[in-house]
Write a protein that binds this ligand. Structure first.
Ligand code: MSP
Length: 505
């Protein structure tokens, strides 16, 4: 089966920050997990390069939009590499193939009768690239997100008949309760739709930095329509000479932050319907990473640089921390202190110690080979359904829940060692078999949790699995008892060494 997961494409008006890293990490966990299950995965990320956000940032810096885009697109590309993201393609909306495909699809929407010329009059925030109603403004004329003063605009452009999709969208939501997750976001999207849909501008007359409208070359497409279509266009040219849409369209899940809910849960399915295309299976909306009480954002200047954190602690730690600390789907605060705490107490003390204790005891008491001995039934039964449970949680995009399930088992193994105290039993020659049974059980449990943790912490778990003589991280390997004893335990560097500096930010 195929599985297609996407992140939003990020604006190149500024450099990447932790908020962008967050969505990419989450999507990568889904992609890696689905590959473990043998799915044929396509994971897409990239950059959104057109529109006012980029054009105006370039103007402020005195450079051409394309130069700014080239520079920052490279930074986002570097981020995906630094995050160990296994994306199958990196799309840039300035790619000529993307532009041509956008023109094709939107021409179809026009030919299908869902576009008409009109005059837009109202407020527009160039940083959001979004139109604002009077009710949304603060202090009379300010964008509620960027707090910059907006001007009223009047321009002739083409409109998309969003209103024509009111009933169809309501029907889609009624038939597909999991079209948007989590539930609060489904409710929010549905109530937006039920509030009544107005037509929206499809094109911009004053802007040059965008995809040219084929039926009126004096205009470019409004950046959001150009951007949303990336999820489709990428499949048409990611592999030269191949059209991957047959295999991967529609997407299984678009991961997004809640800031761009309206575009993905209302405009996007309507646009696809207007083009006669299938809508995605699911849009999953996560919350904000907060610093203190505020959304981390470049415009507020309260951002943590992911490159710095990774330099100091390594990428797996960051991947783990973000998905563990902030309940995926909800808002949550992150901080250098919180980061250090989980690093010490969970990664170093719980998982890291479990690994080194187990390896040391196998070396000391079992000649360095994982013993061939039956594990305790009680331990085996506690591990019996862990892989199924994790799969169910990942299917529900409950990444934090899946980590919690895995972590309970890490803790269980530590508790088991604490209860059984094999280091004491080892002093008594008559207890040799018992020691072997305990250590086989712990090694086997550790192997299972490491396979399940692999999508979250690919580097560290690979090191652990290799040290315990295992190479497979397929989901089938996450069954307790799937592997018997006999493997040699190799050398292993400390997984989570003490970090001196207390400055993750
Ligand atoms: N270019 C548009 C998206 C087009 S998708 C067809 C855009 N870009 S963005 O650069 O502003 O990125 C927004 C996305 O970055 C959010 O939806 C979210 O995925 C991620 N985040 C940015 N800041 C974030 C937080 N503080 N917290 C969580 N996610 C954050 O919007």
């Amino acid at each position: 089966m195929s599985y297609y997961v996407t992140t939003p494409i990020y604006y190149v008006n500024a450099e990447p920050h932790l908020g962008h890293a967050y969505t990419t990490i989450a999507a990568d966990v889904l992609a890696r997990h689905m590959r473990q299950r043998g799915e044929d995965v396509f994971f897409l990320t990239g950059t959104d390069e057109h529109g006012e956000p980029v054009a105006q940032a370039a103007e402020r810096q005195g450079v051409e939009p394309r130069d700014l885009a080239d520079r920052n697109a490279q930074r986002f590309r570097d981020l995906t590499t630094t995050l160990d993201a296994t994306n199958d393609f990196f799309i840039r909306t300035s790619d000529s193939q993307h532009e041509a495909a956008v023109q094709r699809v939107l021409q179809q929407v026009y030919d299908n009768g869902f576009v008409y010329p009109g005059t837009y009059e109202g407020w527009y925030c160039p940083r959001c690239a979004d139109f604002k109603t009077d009710a949304e403004l603060v202090d009379g004329n300010k964008c509620p997100i960027h707090l910059i003063e907006l001007e009223r605009e009047k321009e002739d452009n083409y409109f998309f008949k969003l209103s024509a999709f009111q009933d169809k969208l309501e029907q889609l939501y009624a038939e597909r309760p999991d079209f948007v997750g989590p539930q609060v976001r489904y409710n929010e999207a549905l109530s937006f739709i039920k509030g009544g849909l107005n037509d929206v501008s499809l094109t911009r007359a004053r802007l040059r930095w965008g995809v040219t409208v084929p039926w009126d070359e004096s205009q470019v497409f409004y950046v959001w329509f150009d951007a949303l279509l990336n999820y489709y266009t990428a499949l048409t040219y990611a592999r030269e000479g191949q059209d991957l849409t047959g295999e991967f369209w529609p997407a299984d899940v678009h991961l997004i932050g809640k800031d761009i809910l309206k575009f993905h849960t209302v405009y996007w399915p309507a646009l696809l319907m207007a083009a006669g295309m299938e809508v995605p299976k699911r849009v999953y909306v996560h919350g904000y990473l907060l610093m203190g009480e505020h959304k981390m954002s470049k415009s507020l200047g309260n951002v943590i640089d992911p490159f710095q954190v990774i330099d100091l602690y390594g990428v797996d730690t960051l991947r783990y921390y973000l998905l563990r600390e902030v309940n995926f789907g909800h808002d949550g605060s992150v901080s250098p202190e919180g980061f250090e705490k989980r690093y010490d107490s969970e990664l170093a003390n719980e998982y890291g110690n479990l690994v080194s204790r187990t390896a040391n005891m196998i070396r000391r008491y079992c000649g360095g080979t994982v013993p061939e001995a039956p594990a305790d039934d009680s331990l085996a039964s506690e591990f019996a359904n862990v892989a199924e449970r994790v799969c169910e949680q990942i299917d529900a995009v409950d990444l934090t829940g899946a980590l919690e399930t895995i972590w309970k088992h890490v803790r269980r193994l530590n508790q088991y060692l604490q209860d059984e105290q094999p280091w004491k039993l080892a002093k008594d020659d008559s207890q040799g078999e018992r020691v072997e049974s305990i250590l086989y059980g712990v090694a086997e449990g550790l192997r299972v949790v490491s396979v399940l943790l692999h999508p979250f912490m690919p580097e560290k778990t690979t090191a652990v699995l290799e040290a315990f003589g295992q190479s497979s991280a397929d989901i089938a390997a996450a069954r307790f008892g799937a592997v018997g004893g006999g493997a040699e335990v190799g050398e292993l560097q400390p997984l989570f060494p003490r970090i001196e500096s207390a400055t993750a930010a």
